[in-house]
Design a protein around this ligand. Structure first.
Ligand SMILES: *Cc1c(COP(=O)(O)O)cnc(C)c1O
Length: 377
């Protein structure tokens, strides 16, 4: 019998989330961002549900090849562009669009031999100071690209650092507009947070939007809002079963380091999920879990293969009970990944991306009662 842990990827929820994001982005064309193996969900698993997108954006060239291998003939965008000259050959061969964020990439393009001019996304560093040309250098880069026979079409792009927070996008947006107002070409500015929170302000600058996290059902701006507020549904659920129970006397401790001490008699469950499955080791006592769909809490330290949860308020739960670490329980209750992430001091993105290779994954279509191996005797 396989170890009783299972991640499910719900295609129906992915489709639902894509439709919700579309509601906020009007007529904009939409890149489904599938970098990091579709945020840990698996490109091949999400592809079908997201093929209603207008393109797929990612940054690993091997992932671009995988999307083409799935039969996608539409646009694919490399979000970080090319890393070395031969990447441009792959762009030519696979018809990839690519970001140009630095002078070295322009030099590579200028030296590239191709019959087929390429589409590029020229990125401005409007304040995030990660990738892109500084505003004062942006127009020179644009003119240079414009003059290259290797370049067909230039989309103007930037990325916001605070679309999810109180600082907002105004400053970066002003910088971008100031420099690009009279340049021709399409525009692409919005990630999930900008798409959901700043849609109206960005409408005229959103020929292409680039949502990632919202498609997977996590709120880009948790805890200011949550997945419910945006009507997003969890694409990934991680569930495991109880493989042992223990009764604790007052003063008894739980797990490595004895960090949890029972103050009264308690019943606890040992669950077949640990940090080697991708559950965050830093999740503290009190981190929410669902046991048979009912809320409970993590106790003590997470170990490599197991974690422990409180059954004191759940007398009916025991051996074989289903524990939802995040996402949707078989019976339908939802534990947002964002809540678990917040308790562990991180973000939903990181938890999804960290789902470990050893966890079996099943793709489902709205049927959350997927076959999690039964640990019951
Ligand atoms: C990852 C990424 C996105 C998607 O961001 P989300 O917050 O997941 O929506 C958009 N644009 C760029 C350039 C990215 O790197």
């Amino acid at each position: 019998m396989p170890r009783p842990i299972l991640a499910t990827i719900d295609r129906q929820h992915l489709r639902h989330n894509l439709a919700r994001v579309r509601q906020h982005t009007g007529d904009a064309k939409l890149w489904a961002v599938v970098k990091a193996d579709a945020y840990g969900h698996g490109i091949e698993r999400v592809f079908d549900a997201l093929r209603g997108a207008d393109g797929f954006a990612l940054l690993d060239l091997a992932e671009a090849e995988r999307v083409r291998a799935l039969g996608w003939r539409g646009p694919i965008l490399l979000l970080e562009g090319c890393f070395e000259p031969r990447d441009l050959e792959l762009c030519s061969r696979l018809g990839l669009w690519h970001t140009v964020h630095c002078t070295e990439q322009i030099e590579m393009l200028a030296a590239h031999k191709t019959q087929q001019p390429q589409r590029v996304f020229l990125k401005m560093n409007s304040g995030m100071n990660r990738l892109g040309f500084a505003p004062e250098r942006y127009r020179a880069a644009w003119s240079r690209l414009q003059a290259l026979p290797q370049v067909d079409d230039i989309c103007l792009s930037t990325h916001f650092s605070d679309a999810d927070g109180p600082r907002g996008i105004a400053e970066q947006l002003a910088r971008f507009e100031q420099v690009t107002a009279d340049l021709p070409g399409e525009r692409s500015l919005s990630n999930s947070a900008a798409s959901l929170r700043h849609g109206p302000a960005l409408q005229s600058l959103s020929d292409w939007v680039r949502p990632g996290i919202a498609l997977y059902g996590s709120a880009p701006d948790f805890a200011a809002s949550d997945a419910g507020r945006w009507d997003l549904r969890p694409a990934m659920s991680l569930r495991a079963r109880v493989i042992a129970t223990q009764s604790l006397a007052p003063g008894a401790t739980v797990g490595y380091g004895s960090t949890f001490v029972a103050e009264r008699p308690m019943r606890i469950a040992v669950v077949a999920c640990g940090y080697a499955d991708g559950y965050p080791r830093h999740a503290p006592t009190g981190t929410p879990v669902l046991v048979d769909g009912q809320r409970s809490r993590l106790l003590g330290r997470v170990s490599m293969d197991m974690l422990t949860v409180d059954l004191s308020e759940l007398p009916a739960a025991g051996m074989g009970s289903e524990v939802t670490l995040w996402g949707q329980a078989a019976a339908g209750a939802v534990l947002p990944i964002d809540e678990v992430a917040a308790a562990a001091g991180t973000v939903g993105y990181e938890l999804m991306c960290a789902l470990a290779r050893r966890v079996p994954v099943q793709t489902v279509d709205g049927d959350s009662a997927a076959a999690l191996a039964s640990a019951a005797p």
